[in-house]
Write a protein that binds this ligand. Structure first.
Ligand SMILES: Nc1ncnc2c1ncn2[C@@H]1O[C@H](COP(=O)(O)OP(=O)(O)O)[C@@H](O)[C@H]1O
Ligand SMILES: [Mg+2]
Length: 280
């Protein structure tokens, strides 16, 4: 049995009267590529935000390699305390900040690209390297800081070379064409040395050729960096081709999950989403 990387249990996220995510449970195992699909507004990005500490969910918990990173069980909502196979009882409220979750090994990209537009390609990746190293700042002497800094700069250059971005290292992030900005965002995520990479619509705005290249790119980086991948995507050809398993959301609720073949022939999924996927 493969190791459980991400365990999301009964996550609910309510915004005023809107229940964006409704009692969602998801598991992702080591080495998998798992897709989260569903119509616009289904709650996919909100689910990502609950995992990465952007939102504190109204209810539920998330663990990463068996350790609780997010947990909220308001009184009255949960009759029993949950028990965790590794750490005993879940504490009632745990909410790590996004940067601590990044340090634990979860990196993500955003539906709307978020780069430092006025920084260069190199600087964008270096900043991410710093996020990884921050924990050492207080304990390190100046000399070690200097060495650390040099190491991070070298690693940044190596990563840019691997990602085919080295020639563009001194360009402003905002000057890159859209497809390369997406690739830079992924490179920045990789710079934090994640175990789990979460991609929010990585192929958005891409043509079929670019989407095809992205599919190969995702498989390539997954193998190279020993990643587990959780991705939100609307391009069904990409999803069906590279996913091991798929979870389908509609109005915040899980309506199906299974292999691509199982999900593709699921009538509920066809009715709620696949039948109208071109409009999404
Ligand atoms: N910060 C927020 N405040 C209020 N409503 C939100 C917020 N974020 C998302 N929503 C609502 O939650 C629902 C799910 O949104 P979202 O997770 O972005 O969907 P998806 O990513 O599947 O398209 C939508 O109705 C959206 O308007
Ligand atoms: Mg979204």
């Amino acid at each position: 049995m493969r190791e459980n990387v991400l365990h999301m249990e009964n996550i609910t996220m309510q915004f005023g009267g809107v229940i964006a995510v409704n009692n969602l449970s998801i598991d992702v195992y080591e080495g998998e590529i798992v897709a989260l699909i569903g119509p616009n507004g289904a709650g996919k990005t909100t689910a990502f935000n609950c995992i990465t500490g952007v939102y504190e969910p109204t209810n539920g918990c998330v663990s990463f390699y068996g350790e609780t990173i997010v947990s909220n069980h308001p009184q009255g909502k949960m009759k029993k305390l949950y028990t965790d196979q590794n750490s005993g009882l879940y504490p009632k409220v745990v909410s790590l900040t996004p940067d601590r979750i990044t340090k634990r090994g979860i990196a993500r990209t955003f539906q709307n690209i978020r780069l430092f537009k006025k920084l260069t390609v190199f600087e964008n990746v270096l900043v991410a390297k710093h996020m990884r190293a921050k924990q050492n700042v207080f304990s390190a002497t100046f000399r070690i800081n200097y060495r650390e800094e040099r190491r991070m700069r070298e690693e940044t250059l190596a990563l840019l070379e691997e990602q085919g971005l080295l020639k563009l290292k001194d360009e402003l992030a905002s000057s890159l064409p859209y497809g390369l900005q997406r690739r830079l965002e992924i490179s920045r995520a990789l710079a934090t040395e994640p175990k789990l990479l979460m991609l929010d619509e990585p192929a958005a705005g891409m043509n079929p050729q670019e989407t095809q290249e992205l599919a190969e790119f995702i498989i390539q980086i997954k193998e190279k960096y020993d990643l587990t991948v959780l991705m939100i995507e609307h391009h069904m050809d990409l999803v069906m081709k590279i996913s091991d398993r798929i979870y389908v959301l509609d109005f915040g609720k899980l309506i199906a999950h299974g292999t691509p073949a199982e999900v593709q022939k699921n009538q509920r999924v066809i009715d709620a989403y696949l039948g109208v996927a071109e409009d999404a």
